[in-house]
Design a protein around this ligand. Sequence first.
Ligand code: SF4
Ligand code: SF4
Ligand code: FES
Length: 473
Amino acid sequence: MAKCTIDGREIEFSPGQNLIEVAAKAGVEIPYFCYHPGLTVVAQCRMCAVEVEKMPKLQTACSTAATEGMVVKTKSDRVKQNQKSVMEFLLINHPLDCPICDKSGECDLQDQSYKYGDPYMRYTEERRTFLDLDMGPVIKKNMNRCIHCTRCIRFGEEVAGIHEMVAVSRGNNTEITTIDGRPLETDYAGNYADICPTGSLTLKDFRFKKRAWMLKKTPTVCEGCSRGCNMEIHHEMNVIYRCIARTNMEVNKHWICDEGRFNYHYTVDEDRIVEPVLKAAAPKESVQWAQAIEKAKASLAGKKVTVLVGSDLTLEEGKQLLEFLPKHLPGASVFHFGTPGIKTSSEDAPADKILKRKSKTSNLHGLEKLGYKPFEKLADGTQAVLMIRGGRATLPQLNGVEVIAIGVYNAADVGNYGVVLPGASFAEKTGTIVNFEGREQRINRAINPPGQSKQLSEILMMWMHGTSATGAA
Ligand code: SF4
Ligand code: SF4
Ligand code: FES
């Protein structure tokens, strides 16, 4: 393998890797702003400039590919002086409003001014300011904080496939904005906030809710469709504050769609049923777990039952049900459901040119692997349905039959279902889902199920052995 030397250390690299990537492999940090591994290289900010032997001028590490025998210095006096100068230049117009900025604590500009900048500034002139136009429901714009790295412009053009961000005017008056001041149109707008290295583009959904350094981060996988984009849930004290993209070059690269990013809201919907309920239509009656399970069992006993399993359940839950159902509901027919019009994985297809898939549940492919068949319609003579879902599967229309429900439901979903046993959403459990390519991925529990809600395994255990098996009332 080819080798170069960075700060006196010999480092192996693959052809085409730039100096930022090669240095990072060896734990050497080269600061940068405009470079992003998912976007084209423009070498605009000059923050990454390093000394390369035999080259008279500093070279931008983002646009310089490593070559065999190359000798690079990232910490020489010339490099440090350049970093100080760039930081001074970038901060000339910056409002330094870190105490009220949502990016604070995870801001590249803040971190790098601390590490590489000079505490003294010579600039005494008035700073320029911009009026901030509305950019639609996802992004809050604050151009006083912008450093013109153009990551957002490149993201729109190269990833979202829409040229909606532009730089207008030039020099000191340069402003990043949308064409004609229109709201953002892409369904991937949240990524603008992820990639902006300053607080110029922040998520409205997250604005002023929590300081970034207080958040705990749980790696998981989006359940919004059969792609299975990798993401992080950011939470504190059992409350989810946001979801952001997690890089997986083979699944979603660096991006997630807005639907997946904001999907977590259903888990905190105030109408979510979080206590066992009998006859959920108003007036709903919440009861103890023991009573609800007895009622559910009695409602299904001796009847011709169909079990409908949401393709948003994990592989583990699907397997457990396949063991549980023949023993405890013998003779019941079992089918999966999830997305209207997409009954099998052969009907699943891309829903756009970026990431989204037509199957709006996370584990259609996994349940098929376990042998579940798609639901078409209730067989004649069906007297009761046991419906089990993880949270997003679209409920089939069922008329004239008693329904007992396990899982995540809203009051509006359940009409006059006989019993609802509240379950855990994707953010509240751990398990495996299989994406459209057959890739098994792990979802991780970030928070506890709310109220009296429980994991499916606990509910089945109570069904089999009584509520004392889990300590529930
Ligand atoms: S808004 Fe953010 S991403 Fe866009 S150019 Fe300014 S600093 Fe860069
Ligand atoms: S493309 Fe699908 S899996 Fe990816 S973030 Fe969007 S909804 Fe989630
Ligand atoms: S990161 Fe290299 S010039 Fe901006």
